[in-house]
Design a protein around this ligand. Structure first.
Ligand code: BTN
Length: 251
């Protein structure tokens, strides 16, 4: 199932651990023995974690749930949103190769149309002004076609393309793309691409912030990852994660 990736990892001396069952790959990868570039993949997670305290559920062996350890050199902590951009863009780039046109729902959910196909949970360690270590956890729905009806809007590669994808091939492409984008480092081209791929940019939508529901238009993202939303009347406000929510449905 993951053979393509495991062959690639062996050939390139990448430490890859495949667990039949674990709580969360982010927790497994936070073992200090895991070093830069190491990857932990789970066939099943019993306590998969998402953002905002949500859980992440995934059918055993049908999807990708994994975490990669990064220990970047000289990466200023204040640039940590750049890492988020690189991770999201690498997923979008690989999905395109597999026939899925995806967008990034700020900050780093991955959407196909108006449905979520992947989620990212990045847990950073900072020392002084430097980002020292990141656990990049990615859950990508690949071959699952039936989901818990309680989930708001899930989709998968198989649902989007009408055919199953090889998990090992997909994981190999994700690993290569992410690590090479990281080596190139972030920069203006990453900023530009992130904006190009930003879900609902320029489209009126309803948001909730500080208990108030309003219509706004996403205009961009600030240097620290804050969402820039133009309000009715023309003023643009910036919001940190947790300060704003997208309302469901049409504006
Ligand atoms: C989200 O959309 O809220 C983020 C979901 C992240 C899920 C992945 S699955 C692999 C890794 N391990 C976890 O417990 N979470 C991430």
């Amino acid at each position: 199932m993951l053979q393509d990736f495991l062959d690639f990892a062996r050939l390139n001396a990448i430490s890859a651990t495949v667990l039949e069952l674990t709580g969360s790959t982010n927790d497994a990868a936070s073992d200090p023995a895991c070093r830069h570039g190491d990857i932990v993949v789970a066939l099943e997670q019993s306590c998969g974690r998402g953002q905002r305290g949500n859980s992440w559920s995934s059918e055993r062996g049908r999807n990708l749930t994994f975490s990669i350890v990064l220990e970047p050199e000289n990466f200023a902590a204040e640039r940590q949103f750049m890492l988020s951009k690189i991770v999201a863009l690498s997923i979008v780039e690989v999905l395109a190769k597999f026939g899925v046109e995806a967008r990034i729902k700020w900050p780093n959910d991955i959407y196909a149309g108006s449905r979520k196909i992947a989620g990212v949970l990045i847990e950073n360690s900072v020392c002084g002004a430097q980002l020292t270590r990141s656990i990049v956890g990615i859950g990508l729905n690949v071959n699952q076609t039936a989901f818990d009806p309680a989930l708001p809007n899930p989709t998968s590669v198989a649902l989007e393309t009408g055919r199953e994808a090889d998990l090992g091939h997909l994981l190999k492409e994700l690993y290569i793309t992410l690590m090479s984008m990281l080596r190139r480092g972030g920069g203006r081209s990453v900023d530009r691409l992130y904006l190009e791929k930003l879900y609902l940019r320029g489209v009126p939508h309803r948001f909730t912030a500080s208990g108030r529901s309003f219509e706004g238009v996403i205009r961009g993202v600030g240097d620290y990852g804050e969402l820039l939303v133009e309000q009715e009347g023309g003023a643009t406000d910036s919001y940190l994660f947790k300060e704003i929510e997208f309302e469901r449905g049409a504006p």
